[in-house]
Ligand binder design. Structure first.
Ligand SMILES: Cc1ncc(COP(=O)(O)O)c(C=O)c1O
Length: 430
């Protein structure tokens, strides 16, 4: 039996005081996850990968177990392909560095550079969509400048808020070396057919590296990197998985990891060092990218969160609950004169639990402030450009409203909370 939403609310004390509808930005951390972190601090607070004494090996064991849990339950990948990060953004930056630089390593006694995973040549291009979060855009703009690649943009469909496969097909060609594309939009809430995007890109160029921004995927729905077929995928632990802020993951196919240079190097990343060279560790590839002492408690928290959301609640239960809440909200908002709802509003099966809207005559920020300050319990929504200025411009809401008001759900939200938001918006729209 999955944990009921009411049971999960018991684990999230914040739900007693607020209608929290900003799960896209970050989620509250449920009690069992906090307890797992407290247990580390109180009972076995020791560094990992260094000590021989008992609590140091216990810390190590728990940290390794957290990686294995997060890798399997959230992405269906192996632990040695799962790099612990602080968030999605760090994952994208690690990858951008690794795709630009040659790998420097001592191998077979010689300390040499080998070719980067992508062999950049004049005339290559990098493709991303205009719906991307800045964190899945800026690293590629900089990479394109460094390697001399052309940037090609897939324009999303304004009405449905979707990235259409036919538009991806038009943008990619045999010179596309990198496609960086999102799984779920944090602005329009659409779940995109990423498997199809991968297939299209690989048909045009089998060596095209496909990176997926799944910041809004794991924890909200089952995600399987093998089925998607991507070369890399990153997410944040503090969103769908209900993990702590400061946790996240980057999956990269083993064959690429073996050839990528880590962004940070130092303690924890090597097998051997002399004063002139070093040999990166090969026992657990992902740890090559985790230089220095990690955020041990946070990552143990992420492992516990993966169990909580995927095993104790169940990802299909999360997905269907969010669908029900989304349907209720979209239908309610569409009936209010003067309210615009963005993205698909008819076939709501393509939506995750994210709804963006505006109220005629109000800036998005003022709506969000009013929802917080004029209602009891306060209704907490996000307002602004959601770190997706190009997307908001294309939707025509950036200059007019300063972006959108966004309500985003997780499993613990209730139909009553949705109704409270609808009633509140009605009073503002009058
Ligand atoms: C689609 C998407 N990509 C990337 C990010 C960046 O995530 P983080 O700030 O955790 O790095 C977010 C955050 O909201 C997001 O929604």
């Amino acid at each position: 039996m999955p944990l009921s939403p009411e049971r999960v609310r018991e684990d999230i004390p914040l739900t007693k005081r607020y209608v929290y509808l900003d799960n896209c930005a970050t989620t509250p951390v449920p009690r069992p996850v906090v307890e797992a972190m407290l247990e580390y601090f109180y009972d076995y607070c020791a560094n990992v990968e260094r000590g021989a004494y008992s609590i140091a090996s216990l810390a190590n064991e728990k940290w390794d177990r957290a990686r294995a849990k997060a890798a399997r339950l959230l992405l269906n990948c192996e632990p040695d392909e799962f790099i612990f990060t602080r968030n999605f953004t760090e994952g994208a930056c690690i990858l951008a560095y690794g795709l630009e630089r040659p790998l420097l390593n001592r191998s077979g006694g010689t300390f040499t550079e080998t070719e980067p995973v992508i062999k950049w040549e004049r005339g290559d291009n990098i493709v991303f969509s205009s719906l991307e979060h800045h964190s899945n855009m800026i690293p590629w703009i900089r990479l394109a400048r460094h390697v001399g690649a052309e940037i090609r943009v897939v324009e999303f469909d304004v009405k449905s808020g979707m990235i259409l496969p036919s538009e991806v097909e038009k943008a990619v060609d045999e010179r596309t070396k990198l496609l960086a594309i999102q799984h779920v939009s944090n602005v329009t809430g659409v779940v995109h057919p990423v498997e199809e995007f991968v297939r299209i890109a690989k048909e045009k160029n089998p060596d095209c590296f496909v990176f997926v921004d799944s910041s809004q995927g794991p924890g909200h729905m089952p995600v399987d990197v093998k089925r998607i077929g991507c070369d890399a995928l990153a997410f944040s632990g503090h969103k769908g998985p209900l993990g702590p802020q400061g946790s996240g993951g980057l999956y990269v196919k083993r064959e690429h990891l073996e050839r990528m240079d880590p962004l940070e190097i130092g303690g924890g990343t090597i097998a051997d060092v002399t004063v002139r060279d070093y040999e990166l560790r090969g026992d657990m590839l992902s740890k090559r990218w985790e230089a220095g002492t990690p955020s041990i408690a946070c990552l143990i928290g992420l492992g516990r969160a993966a169990e909580y959301v995927a095993e104790e609640i169940g990802l299909s239960a999360v997905r269907s609950r969010e669908h029900m809440l989304t349907e209720r909200l979209v239908e309610g908002l569409l009936e209010i004169p003067g309210v615009e709802v963005y993205g698909e509003t008819e076939d709501l099966r393509v939506k995750a639990g994210v709804v963006s809207f505006n109220v005629e005559g109000w800036s998005s920020r003022d709506v969000s402030l009013a929802l917080d300050q004029n209602f009891s319990p306060p209704i907490l929504t996000r307002a602004g450009h959601h770190c997706a200025i190009p997307a908001c411009r294309r939707l025509g809401v950036y200059e007019k409203y300063g972006g959108t008001v966004r309500a985003s759900f997780h499993y613990y939200n209730t139909p009553e909370e949705v109704d409270a938001l609808i009633e509140a918006v009605k009073t503002l729209a009058r």
